[in-house]
Write a protein that binds this ligand. Structure first.
Ligand SMILES: *[C@@H]1O[C@H](CO)[C@@H](O)[C@H](O)[C@H]1NC(C)=O
Ligand SMILES: *[C@@H]1O[C@H](CO)[C@@H](O)[C@H](O)[C@H]1NC(C)=O
Ligand SMILES: *[C@@H]1O[C@H](CO)[C@@H](O)[C@H](O)[C@H]1NC(C)=O
Length: 367
């Protein structure tokens, strides 16, 4: 198979990691299909996929993804944008947690897997869901902004709008985003030889949960018109909420994710909740197969970087509190100098002048 041959070539300097694609390790030259990779942070930001040959640089792709790349270069460029977005959003969303998405950051040349992501953990569940949602979100928005030639605005809703409202503007093309997004995201899981059956089911399920969260995030957005902003008429369209909000929704699902086991149900093996296996897995819940470590201490095997030197919040009662973040090891204070704009004055007409004020704040890092 094409992708396997490619996978076992020495790693090119410009190796990219993609959501849902396989991972290469040059120490073993072993193809791990169900490890997921999102980090294209090492990709030069100047890279612009505008020629079919560029698809060869994306060595982590499985064959159907590579085919999609060759047949639709514009779409591929959008997917690269999405992969960067996944990393940024994941790290922002988890900045107050012990596991902070740092495993996405492991450098290309580190011959290591990301055990927290390839073992079928809760963290992997979140990352798969977020990747699937982000790819479809980015494609849907790219349709709206005119970056993709094969799609444009979403359809005008069929319902008749309320008085004072009318459909207009350019809605996000969620339909196209979902079709093309799942085509790309799910490709590695649909391959016969890809990883264990249980892991594939888990990743497919969680990717679908991510896309469902995206469907739920399609909301009505309106713009006011009328005499001097009276808003007597509103033009409305269906638009997607920002990724940050979708990621927060998925984080809530991460916190209440369900542990599942892979066992025969009827004629096939399926994922069923471990504790209450009388009910099937729900469509909107994230599922995982293996428990995670507590991520307190550094443990390469488990994919934990530990929380030493992480900033914590002394007054918070949440997961970023010094107690929880530092796992009871204690913390060290340090002072940080903040420079802020202050004593701002408005001058007629029309500018503002400010002074610079310095302020010392106490911060804490885990021992
Ligand atoms: C491809 O993209 C690069 C980088 O943006 C650009 O310099 C080059 O002119 C583009 N080539 C084509 C054929 O559009
Ligand atoms: C995540 O935590 C690690 C380990 O403490 C730290 O080195 C890294 O800077 C953190 N990453 C982000 C994005 O906060
Ligand atoms: C610490 O937590 C408190 C309470 O949640 C919050 O008001 C404050 O802004 C946080 N401080 C920092 C530096 O994040």
């Amino acid at each position: 198979m094409w992708s396997i041959t490619l996978c076992c070539l020495p790693v090119h300097r410009a190796t990219f990691y993609f959501p849902g694609s396989n991972f290469m390790s040059w120490s073993t030259c072993f193809c791990l299909f169900d490890v997921l990779l999102l980090s294209i942070s090492h990709a030069p930001s100047s890279l612009h996929i505008n020629q079919t040959q560029h698809c060869k640089l994306l060595t982590g792709l499985v064959s159907s993804q590579a085919q999609l790349c060759r047949s639709n270069l514009e779409l591929m460029q959008t997917i690269i944008t999405a992969a960067r977005e996944v990393k940024k959003t994941c790290q922002k969303t988890f900045s107050d947690m012990r596991w902070n998405c740092s495993s996405i950051d492991i450098p290309v040349d580190a011959p290591k897997y990301r055990p927290d992501l390839d073992r079928g953990t809760r963290e992997a569940a979140f990352v798969y869901a977020l990747s699937a949602a982000t790819i479809s979100h980015t494609i849907a928005r790219a349709c709206t902004s005119g970056d993709l030639r094969l799609c444009s605005c979403g359809p005008i809703p069929a319902e008749i709008p309320e008085p004072g409202y009318r459909w207009g503007g350019c809605g996000d093309n969620l339909h196209y985003g979902l079709i093309m997004g799942s085509k790309f995201s799910d490709a590695p899981m649909k391959m016969k030889r890809a990883g264990s059956h249980a892991n594939k089911l888990m990743h497919l399920h969680n990717s679908e949960v991510g896309r469902q969260a995206l469907r739920d995030a399609l909301v009505m957005k309106c713009k006011c018109h009328g005499v001097s902003g009276s808003c007597s008429i509103r033009t409305c369209w269906r638009g997607l909420q920002d990724l940050r909000e979708i990621a927060m929704d998925l984080k809530t699902k991460y916190l209440s994710a369900t542990k599942v086991v892979h066992r025969p149900m009827g004629t096939r093996k399926q994922l069923v909740p471990k504790d209450i296996d009388i009910r099937p897995v729900r469509e909107n819940e994230l599922v995982y197969l293996q428990s995670s470590p507590d991520f307190c201490a550094k443990n390469d095997k488990q994919g934990s970087v530990g929380t030493q030197d992480r900033q914590c919040n002394k007054t918070s009662l949440g997961s970023d509190s010094c107690d929880l973040m530092c796992c009871g090891r204690g913390y060290n204070p340090y002072t940080e100098k903040l420079v802020e704009r202050c004593h701002c004055k408005y001058h007629w007409c029309c500018y503002v002048t400010c002074k610079k004020c310095e302020r010392l704040v106490e911060r804490y890092v885990c021992k």
